[in-house]
Write a new protein. Structure first.
Length: 133
């Protein structure tokens, strides 16, 4: 069910609202997981991925262009396995997409998840939500 078209949004439950906007939770998720299964991404997964400064720095590097894991790791003073772990969490959250090109895996931003998360956050500051202090 696409709640953006149906008009059946329950905005009193914002987390569930975002999960529905992202078409996640019990519904099919953002993209296929390894092995052809369905990847399930939740708001908690996205926010957890964004909470780490190293992962945010990786996202900032990917803002300008797509990069291989090696090129991403070159900009950090931590081990390549640690960078791979951070990339796996970003991928699990749907914030990055990995595409194999020959022997390399190239990472790029998935801006759809950013846009939908930001759209949900803007609901809190939009018209009709402002309260006098």
């Amino acid at each position: 069910m696409d709640i953006r078209r149906s008009g059946s949004i329950d905005r009193a439950r914002p987390r569930e609202y975002l999960d529905e906007c992202l078409n996640i939770g019990a519904a099919p998720a953002i993209g296929p997981a390894r092995g052809g299964g369905k990847r399930v991404t939740t708001l908690s997964t996205v926010l957890k991925a964004l909470s780490d400064p190293t992962r945010r720095a990786i996202l900032e590097r990917l803002r300008d262009r797509d990069l291989t894991a090696g090129a991403i790791a070159d900009g950090f003073a931590i081990s390549k396995p640690s960078i791979s772990h951070h990339l796996a969490l970003l991928k699990q959250a749907g914030l990055v997409v990995a595409v194999r090109r020959g022997q390399h895996i190239v990472y790029s931003l998935n801006t759809t998840v950013f846009q939908e998360t930001l759209q949900w956050m803007m609901e809190f500051v939009g018209e009709g939500r402002r309260k006098a202090h």
